[in-house]
Design a protein around this ligand. Sequence first.
Ligand code: ATP
Ligand code: MG
Length: 495
Amino acid sequence: MDLCIEIENLSKKFDDKYALKNISLSFVKGKIVALLGADGSGKTTLLRLIIGLLCPSEGRIKTLSLNPVIQKEKIVLKTGYMPQKFGLYEDLTVIENLNLYAKLKNTKNDFDELLDFTTLKPFKNRLAQNLSGGMKQKLGLACALLAQPELLILDEPSVGVDPLSRLELLELVKKTINKNTSVIWSSSYLDEAFNFDLSIILDKGKVIFEGNTKALGSTYEEFESKVIDLMGGYKKVESKIAKNYHIENYSEKCTVVADNLSKKFGDFWAVKNNSFCIKKGEIFGLLGPNGAGKSTTFKMMCALLKPTSGKGYILGIDVEKEPTKARSYLGYMAQKFSLYSRLSLMDNLNFFAGVYGLFGKDKKKKMERMIEIFDLEQYKTTITSLLPLGFKQRLSLACALIHEPPVLFLDEPTSGVDAIQRREFWNHIKSLSKIGVSVLVTTHFMDEARFCDNISLFYNGKIIALNKPDKLIESAKAKTMQDAFINLIKKANQK
Ligand SMILES: Nc1ncnc2c1ncn2[C@@H]1O[C@H](COP(=O)(O)OP(=O)(O)OP(=O)(O)O)[C@@H](O)[C@H]1O
Ligand SMILES: [Mg+2]
């Protein structure tokens, strides 16, 4: 069997901690291999070692018959690498980024197919910094796919990518595969990994599974529960957050109201007449493809962006007129977390507690409570940028909840987070909704969409469907939420 990567007794130590410990693996040519594992299990470290961005502490790697320690430059020319935080140039446009990468890869500037698949064609002259989160992700992927590499290394390529585009991405990568191309695809979406022939699962720096994906289960449900078990399992325990959480009594029927919110950038309408009402204790899902206008809606509802027209209200307070008062009633988790990466975990918590008006003994008590509930003790002094993703997410939620707001805004709170942490997260959210916290949430995980009481499907800045999850599935003549999403978007496209 032809191998594209051979790894023998590989270890990587950072300071005195092993990120990978004595692993041996081989990757067959011409296949897509799923690289799975909880946050912090060593996936990114392994990918970086394979292409020579890191040097092993012990052991040996052969990548495309080359030694990454001394032949990195040769490997780079044969490899397409999409890092987790890819290097797009924010002040260049879409097309300028592609041109630049084409030049680096010594390939011709023929981007038609890539622009079509990424649906970035209409936006090719937009600056990268003005793209939505998912659009940036797709552009990064397009750059990695240039020059038809022999080895394609994708580190969580579909984080933040909408369900329809994820499907298209999978098809595209499958299409590029032939006898000579190999793909390593790290992912926290287990449904995606189920599509690939081979899987590798890492846990705390060790390989705990290597082999045929279907050996873990012939149906998706079996596969998912096996993987979760291998990753340590999930035990549902009562969420502590809702206990002793005090929210004021209020009489408004709708806690959150968007009244014809619209936003125009130049001559482009990012949001057009978005209206909804969220009741006390309701979980309201704002779903939609990348660039639909979800984050723009969140920002207007938090008074971080001035609407071109329309109004937002929180507990009856006009968000634009009284932003400080409105914000005191809400907790906001921004897409890609707005934590201060150079501050420690404790400093971030302290800062946000202050911003939300807490001080003195009360502040200290609430900070301690968050540390306990979210199990953050071990990382108190860690610099935030160095926290495992799952802990960044917990900290972000802790910062949003510290002042016990009756309204919670969550913009893709679980993107890139592993399956176990996602379950824990939703356990907290559901328990909060039970005691009356209203939640506006967006997600590209369709299993999570099922947890919403109502869903607004948003596309091209407009609502195209608003219903309870079951009704939405029924109306789309689909069996699953994923299919409903895809059917409804395709139908809207035909119009
Ligand atoms: N400052 C800006 N200037 C120009 N266009 C912008 C600006 N900010 C956002 N946009 C555009 O508005 C549209 C909506 O973006 P938004 O971030 O709200 O999408 P989204 O629904 O959150 O997508 P995703 O799922 O990818 O996060 C996109 O086409 C985006 O490029
Ligand atoms: Mg967004």
